[in-house]
Design a protein around this ligand. Structure first.
Ligand code: BGC
Length: 450
């Protein structure tokens, strides 16, 4: 009897010990990052510059489809140096921004050299502040002269984008450290051609898939042009990645559909760039296949934009459609997006399984009260470090966003900035939570995160 009790006690002690080992932190403190890691934040031209009146988005605003009009936005067209000084003050060593095609080529074949000179000044100012530059060539906005001719549904747009890219490389190439061709082709297609909330406001999946194909081809063509002109260039695109899971654990159809959507959304563009064969598919919904010359290997790094997780609900009543839901019993940001840090790890591991280095090109939170951003930053940066531990070659983290900005159809209400902006005065104020990223940038570690 006594022996049995002793044995039970021993087993219990060992079990507690094992459980405690399992609960131990994944890596010893402090968490540090690789040498030369890029620390910074991102913006996009139309969201911060102000005075952009020559793109499809401006027309969309005039059409009353957005909560506010971008108007002067943050007036960063004039205040860029102030913005970069703030980034410098926060110890950032890099900055992601986009340049506006409709400024550089206001009508077809007409090049506005004053605007190219303007962007030279912008990029020089960034370098003067110790910031490496990551430049996006297309962040959602397309010139009106392009959309008047069919926009991204027109295969010619791929050529026009390539011509614009060549001009930009010749005009700005010496000042660009990292290139991003297009921002979030999958989001552009979903919002603009499937649910119809952004320009051109279509709800035509077939056309959307054609547009996605054109955007991938535009990326590949731009990649090759940049490399022809600057062989040592580093060229990626900003890929919006999300985690998809089945809505009901007991429904295998939810889970299966989530697997298909996950592959379509997160992996198929990367796989296509790896193989050179553009293949987009969701069983019974999407089926696109084309060999694209010059596309194989047309990527130097993957830019990951990561925000949240979605739950997929299969609809037996109309199997061609499905619902996208959010997990109810989980934390959410001001826009109702689930805060799911583990998704950062999962996205990085998925992207890096294709063999390219990864930069986080966007990750952030709508948090007007600045009550969640501190924890958000720590939790997501920890996940980045776990991915690095597990072999992913992650080389940088750009927070969305440097400053509050105009959030497309949602207008000015969502507050994503490390820096708060008063739009009446253009006064910029660094939010307390920005300290987490500043300190990480200054020390290349997460010493402020518990
Ligand atoms: C876009 C940004 C946008 C952010 C937050 C990303 O998908 O690239 O332009 O502001 O999400 O909504």
């Amino acid at each position: 009897m006594r022996n049995t009790r002793l044995l039970v006690l021993l087993v219990a002690i060992v079990a507690i010990g094992v459980a405690a080992m399992g609960a131990a932190p994944r890596r010893p403190k402090p968490i540090t990052f690789p040498k030369n890691f890029l620390w910074g934040a991102a913006t996009a031209a139309h969201q911060v510059e102000g005075g952009n009146y020559n793109s499809d988005w401006y027309q969309w605003e005039l059409g009353g489809h957005t909560k506010d009009r971008a108007g002067l936005a943050d007036d960063s067209y004039h205040l860029y140096d102030t913005d970069f000084s703030l980034a410098q003050q926060m110890h950032h060593n890099s900055h992601r921004l986009s340049i506006e095609w409709s400024r550089i080529e206001p009508s077809q074949g007409v090049w506005n050299w004053a605007e190219i000179k303007h962007y030279r000044d912008v990029l020089k100012a960034a370098h003067d502040r110790g910031l490496k530059t990551m430049v996006t060539l297309h962040h959602f906005t397309t010139p009106i002269w392009v959309t008047d001719q069919g926009g991204w549904t027109n295969a010619e747009t791929v050529t026009w984008f390539a011509q614009y890219t060549a001009r930009v490389v010749l005009g700005l190439g010496d000042l660009v450290d990292y290139w991003l061709t297009v921002n979030e082709p999958n989001v552009m297609v979903l919002t603009g051609y499937v649910v119809g909330l952004t320009p051109p406001g279509k709800t035509d999946l077939k056309q959307g898939v054609q547009v996605l194909a054109n955007l991938v081809k535009a990326h590949a063509k731009a990649y090759n042009i940049i490399h022809d002109l600057i062989p040592s260039a580093r060229v990626g695109f900003a890929h919006h990645m999300r985690v998809f899971e089945g809505n009901s654990w007991w429904n295998p159809l939810d889970a299966l559909l989530a697997v298909f959507i996950d592959d379509f959304w997160n992996s198929q563009i990367l796989r296509s760039l790896k193989t050179g064969h553009l293949k987009l598919s969701i069983p019974f919904l999407v089926d696109y296949s084309e060999e694209v010359p010059g596309m194989k290997g047309a990527l130097d790094y993957v830019g990951i934009n990561y925000y949240t997780r979605d739950l997929i609900k299969f609809d037996l009543g109309s199997p061609q459609k499905f619902d996208i839901m959010t997990k109810v019993d989980a934390p959410h940001n001001d826009l109702g997006w689930e805060i799911y840090p583990e998704g950062m790890y999962k996205s990085i591991m998925k992207a890096s399984s294709f063999g390219w280095p990864v930069y986080i090109t966007e990750n952030g939170i709508a948090d007007a009260g600045d009550t969640m951003r501190r924890q958000f930053l720590c939790d997501h940066l920890k996940q980045v470090s776990y991915a690095i531990d597990d072999g992913a070659d992650v080389r940088g983290y750009m927070h969305w966003a440097l400053i509050d900005n105009w959030e497309w159809i949602l207008g000015f209400a969502p507050r994503f900035g490390l820096v708060a902006v008063n739009y009446d005065t253009q006064q910029r104020t660094i939010r307390p939570s920005a300290e987490i990223l500043s300190d990480a940038a200054a020390t290349n570690s997460l010493r402020l995160c518990k």
